[in-house]
Every structure is written in structure tokens, then in C-alpha cells.
Design a protein around this ligand. Structure first.
Ligand SMILES: Cc1cc2nc3c(=O)[nH]c(=O)nc-3n(C[C@H](O)[C@H](O)[C@H](O)COP(=O)(O)OP(=O)(O)OC[C@H]3O[C@@H](n4cnc5c(N)ncnc54)[C@H](O)[C@@H]3O)c2cc1C
Length: 423
């Protein structure tokens, strides 16, 4: 058990976390090992029970292109169309007083699902290809020259390599930080709620997500996502709390987008349940090393703004699996192979961060309405906004496309003219 070369017959892998990153990694490991004629043992530890609505990973549950390709072609898992609650074909981007409809191509929709049903489905797919699922949380790790010892609430194992797919779980990040040089990514807080608007609002034609860039400094963005008979509402910000969530929910933009039921004149009468989640906004420090690799949110491997985190988690899980089978499980193997596979995400981060800062500044100065007004006349800017909000293209390409002199000139004029006070 002492080689740190590619995984061989009889090698064992422990994956901490059965979200999209962990399950994609397990499925990819087992498929690719069988193609190579190797038998490896993959264990997924998952502390939550996704069936019967018991536990949730906080999420709006929207999966977007190329998720069908990732599942069907890269993981050989059928896309769970049976779980789709609503097909999403566009967005409505809200400033303070203006809103802009951004519709995408009909043949590249996103799909809104219940996230725990998606997680349950993926965990079941991993089980079917041969992964062992251990119900319970990993509580500690020990790294030794010949392998990793895994302590959990349910069992004890000695494996060749451990994959951290535990999202932004503080407890598990602390275990990794204590036993390796890993440091958790920075993150935004998010509050999520669910609300049943009057049924006439939830007709089959409702196919757009409302995206908000409010001027309130504590709210970086908000979104309303239509599901079958309800909407999921989420906000994000560095220091978000229920007060700011309620400020957002009481705003005129939200009320124009989703009418509250007759008689619900105050939020108190709606008894909305609140849940807290997190979005990573930086790369984790030392997200790989000898005998360990981090994937998905735990590694901070997501777009810097408007994450598309499910896709990134699946992809980084697949790339980690390829590296372990092709190059090995040493720090050097991950640095050469895994990091190279993550290049597309890593190279886009500075661009995404720059866009995020610009958007925050623009919202605070009340300039979003002006950008929307310019986009109403400029198809190139409208396309760029759609690509950014939907996450369909990376920020680098969006910015390069916008570096078109006449458009930049007109946008510049938008920003230098005297801003209106935010209403
Ligand atoms: C409010 C909100 C809305 C979002 N909406 C979307 C969206 O619509 N579309 C999208 O693509 N992305 C969305 N995201 C992002 C997306 O949820 C994440 O990027 C994605 O889930 C990351 O997947 P993961 O596998 O890395 O981690 P997670 O999905 O967080 O999975 C980690 C798993 O590890 C388990 N775990 C943790 N510690 C242990 C332990 N010690 N032992 C055992 N198990 C453990 C947890 O129980 C969990 O199931 C949203 C995020 C938030 C906060």
C-alpha cells in the first residue's frame, strides 16, 4: 500500500461527501478503472439522508448546460429528466427600477429540480456502479507514509487516498486543516427560502429566473427560481442575515416579480422557512497533496461569480478521478495532472473576480439601471449579460467579446454620466 503512483488493482479510495463532486468522482473512478481492467474500492461517506426530504444541501437546484453531456457522456449516467420540475430558458435581470429579459437558445435550457432528489439520484448511481456508501460523518483523518486512516461515526478504514468533497463544511475543513496544509476557501453567506405564490403565477409558461442586483450593500445578489408550484428565493452577501433577507423580500422588485397571496400583507403572515448556505469565492489553499485531493466547493473550484457549482463539482470530481488513475496520488501528480485539467476554471477566476467587483460597485452606485438601458439598445451587451447571468460562457471570453471599441465607448459614457440616486 505504499506506492503513490496511479491506482492499481486492489487500491482503495475514500470520498468524504456524497454531493455532486463526491458522487461524480466515485462514478468516474469506477468506470475508468473498469475500462483499464483494474478493480478499485471506492467508499463514499455521506452524513445526510437525501431521501424523503430528510436533509438538504442548500441550493436553488438549477442545473445548466453542459450538465446533460457531463452526466451522459462523461459519467455514463442517464440525465434524470424525471426529476425536472421546470425548464428554464431565460432570465430577468433586475436593477433598481429597470428590468431586462434575457432569453437564451431554446435548445440549451437549464433545468430546475429539487436538489435533494438530484443528490439522492447521483448517490444511487454511484452505488449501482459499485461504490460503498457509508452513512455517517468522517470525524478524523491520519496521514501515514503507507496510506490514510479514516475515522467516521460508522466505521474505520485504511485507504490509499482520500478525496475531500465536503463542500464548505466547517467541521470537515477543520479536520483537513489540522492534518494537511489545506485552508478552506473564502465564502459568501446565502439565505434560501421557499414560497408558494398564487397558482396563476405558476403556469407552464413561467420559464425565467429573476436575478437581482440590489443597491443594498449587504446583498450581493438575489434570485427567484420557479419550481413546480413554488419558487425558491435566495440571496447572497458577505454578512447576510434574516434582516437583509426580509429587506430583499419586501422590495418592490421582488413583489413585481412574484405577487404575494391576497391577505399576505406582511412577511410574518407567510411564515417562510429560512435556510443558510455558502458560496465559495476563492480557491482553497493547498487543495491537493500527498494522498489527498479536494474537489468542488471544498476546493473553491467554481466560477468566481454566478457559480454553476454543480457542474464544476462534477467536472472537478471527474478530473481528480482521471488523475488518480492516470498519474497517481502524490502532490506532484495532482500538481501536474489535476491542476492542468482545472485550468479552464482557474484561468477564469481573475476575470470573474473583476466582474464581481465591478458589479458590486455598479450596484452600490445605482448604475445597473443604466447598463440595462444600454443593453436594451446593444445586442452585444445583452448577449454578454445573458452569458454572465446564465453562466453559459466563461468571463474571459465574455470580456474579450466586449472589448469592441464602439460598444466600450457607449458603455463608458453610461458610467461617466452623473448617476441618479438609487430609488
Ligand atoms: C443558496 C445556494 C444556491 C445554489 N444554487 C445553485 C444552483 O442553482 N445551481 C448550481 O449549479 N449550483 C448552485 N449552488 C452551488 C452548489 O450548491 C455547490 O456548488 C455544489 O453543491 C458543490 O458540490 P460539492 O459536491 O462540492 O459539495 P456539496 O454539494 O456541498 O456536498 C458536500 C457533501 O459532503 C457532506 N459532508 C460534509 N462533511 C462530511 C463529513 N465529515 N462526512 C460525511 N459527509 C460530509 C455533506 O453532507 C454534503 O452532502 C448553490 C449554492 C447555494 C449556497
Amino acid at each position: 500500500m505504499d506506492s503513490m503512483g496511479p491506482l492499481q488493482n486492489g487500491s482503495s479510495v475514500a470520498i468524504i461527501g456524497g454531493g455532486p463532486g463526491g458522487t461524480a468522482c466515485a462514478i468516474a473512478l469506477l468506470h475508468q478503472a473498469s475500462v483499464l481492467g483494474r478493480t478499485i474500492h471506492v467508499t463514499i461517506y455521506e452524513g445526510k439522508i437525501f431521501a424523503e426530504d430528510t436533509h438538504h444541501n442548500q441550493c436553488a437546484g438549477v442545473v445548466s448546460p453542459p450538465i446533460t453531456d457531463i452526466l451522459e457522456n462523461q459519467l455514463r449516467v442517464s440525465f434524470p429528466f424525471q426529476l425536472v420540475q421546470r425548464k428554464i430558458t431565460g432570465y430577468v435581470l433586475h436593477g433598481n427600477r429597470r428590468a431586462l429579459v434575457l432569453d437564451g437558445p431554446e435548445d440549451k435550457p437549464s433545468y430546475a429540480m429539487r436538489r435533494n432528489e438530484f443528490d439522492h439520484y447521483m448517490l444511487e448511481q454511484a452505488r449501482q456502479v459499485g461504490a460503498t456508501i457509508v452513512r455517517g460523518r468522517v470525524t478524523d483523518l491520519e496521514f501515514h507514509a503507507d496510506g490514510v486512516h479514516i475515522y467516521s461515526e460508522s466505521d474505520y478504514r485504511h485507504v490509499n487516498v482520500v478525496v475531500g468533497a465536503f463542500g464548505l463544511d466547517d467541521g470537515t475543513a477543520a479536520v483537513f486543516s489540522r492534518t494537511t496544509n489545506y485552508a478552506q476557501p473564502r465564502f459568501l453567506q446565502s439565505i434560501v427560502t421557499k414560497f408558494h405564490p398564487p397558482s396563476e403565477f405558476m403556469g407552464p409558461g413561467v420559464c425565467r429566473i429573476h436575478a437581482f442586483l440590489p443597491a443594498a450593500p449587504q446583498i450581493e445578489f438575489g434570485a427567484i427560481t420557479p419550481k413546480t408550484n413554488h419558487v425558491t428565493i435566495n440571496t447572497a452577501g458577505a454578512h447576510l442575515d434574516t434582516h437583509w433577507m426580509e429587506t430583499f423580500l419586501s422590495s418592490s422588485g421582488v413583489h413585481e416579480a412574484i405577487p404575494f397571496p391576497a391577505g399576505a400583507d406582511s412577511l410574518d403572515t407567510l411564515h417562510l422557512p429560512y435556510f443558510k448556505g455558502r458560496f465559495p469565492i476563492s480557491i482553497a489553499r493547498n487543495f491537493y497533496g500527498n494522498r489527498y485531493v479536494l474537489v468542488g466547493d471544498a476546493a473553491g473550484l467554481v466560477r468566481a461569480f454566478k457559480g454553476k457549482g454543480i457542474n464544476s463539482a462534477c467536472l472537478s470530481g471527474i478530473w481528480a478521478a482521471q488523475c488518480m488513475l492516470r498519474s497517481g496520488i502524490s502532490r506532484q501528480a495532482f500538481a501536474d495532472d489535476y491542476v492542468n485539467s482545472c485550468h479552464a476554471i482557474l484561468i477564469d477566476l481573475p476575470y470573474g473576480k473583476a466582474v464581481r467587483r465591478l458589479v458590486i460597485l455598479g450596484s452600490r452606485l445605482g448604475l445597473v439601471d443604466r447598463v440595462i438601458a444600454t443593453a436594451e439598445r446593444e445586442p452585444a451587451l445583452q448577449q454578454a449579460l445573458f452569458d454572465a447571468v446564465s453562466g453559459h460562457r466563461n468571463y474571459r471570453d465574455i470580456i474579450l467579446d466586449l472589448l469592441h471599441f464602439p460598444l466600450l465607448w457607449r458603455l463608458g459614457r453610461t458610467f461617466v454620466s452623473v448617476p441618479q440616486p438609487a430609488g
